[in-house]
Design a protein around this ligand. Structure first.
Ligand code: 13P
Length: 249
């Protein structure tokens, strides 16, 4: 089963409007060949301007989170419909930083995911274990809970566009990446869990690896059979590094 590689940059809480616009312009030629799907996920405040700057290029823009209600008295929240209206195509959901710092649970991720799908946006569902969980032999239990909890109540028909990002928490921003064997093993497990939920669609779902992906380790990670792309943090903030990662795919 061939899956189009998908490289997405998660800019996290970095880059001003001007910096984001300049970066997406610098990236545009690297995505033009079309062999790799490319996206950048700026702060919500920058989505509109970055999407405008990316218009006509092959780069898609994503949000980093979305609230489950569409509108109303929810001060400070951002909805999937607003992201869509601003030009977003994707939304990152359940990132470990949101789980660890902002109280995100599998239940709230599930609500957000349903809202994102209802808007026709592509969810990038982030999952991944902490070092303590891995060392405690809980890797598979945690991943399974995150997947089944995140996708609860959704059918294969509804999940046709789903992207999953496996991001071991201990590899995020640490410079310590999973070995190719660790990545492949986890990705194959994730695909198996997906198969138990969505059947054959599991062979079409892209599973990105995330956690200290850099130009010098991208090729090896991406060469693994179940690694279908990357969700890149730090290295997505520099045009040359992100372009090298796109080229490695
Ligand atoms: P780093 O690439 O900076 O480790 O971040 C990974 C990540 O969290 C992407 O969502």
């Amino acid at each position: 089963m061939s899956r189009k590689p998908f490289i997405a940059g998660n800019w996290k809480l970095n880059l001003s409007v001007e910096e984001g616009v300049a970066l997406v312009r610098a990236l545009a030629p690297a995505a033009a060949a079309g062999k790799v799907e490319v996206a950048v996920c700026p702060t919500a405040l920058c989505v509109y301007a970055v999407a405008q700057a990316a218009a006509g290029s092959a780069i898609g823009v994503g949000g980093q989170n979305a609230y489950w209600e569409e509108k109303g008295a929810f001060t400070g929240e951002i909805s999937a419909s607003h992201l869509k209206a601003a030009g977003a195509k994707y939304v990152v959901l359940g990132h470990s930083e949101r789980r660890q710092l902002f109280g995100e649970t599998n239940e709230t991720v599930n609500k957000r995911l349903k809202a994102v799908l209802a808007q026709g946006l592509v969810p990038i569902l982030c999952i991944g274990e902490t070092l303590a969980e891995r060392d405690g032999g809980k890797l598979e239990t945690v991943l399974k809970q995150q997947i089944t909890g995140g996708l609860a109540g959704l059918s294969a028909e509804q999940l046709g566009t789903l992207v999953v990002a496996y991001e071991p928490v201990w590899a995020i921003g640490t410079g310590r990446t999973a070995t190719t064997a660790q990545a492949q093993e986890a990705h194959a497990f994730v695909r198996g869990v997906l198969r138990s939920i969505v059947g054959e669609l599991a062979d079409k779902i892209r599973i990105q690896y995330g956690g200290s992906v850099k130009p010098d380790n991208a090729k090896e990670l991406l060469s693994q059979p179940d690694v279908d792309g990357a969700l890149v943090g730090g290295a997505s903030l520099k045009a040359a590094d992100f372009i090298a990662i796109i080229a490695a795919a």
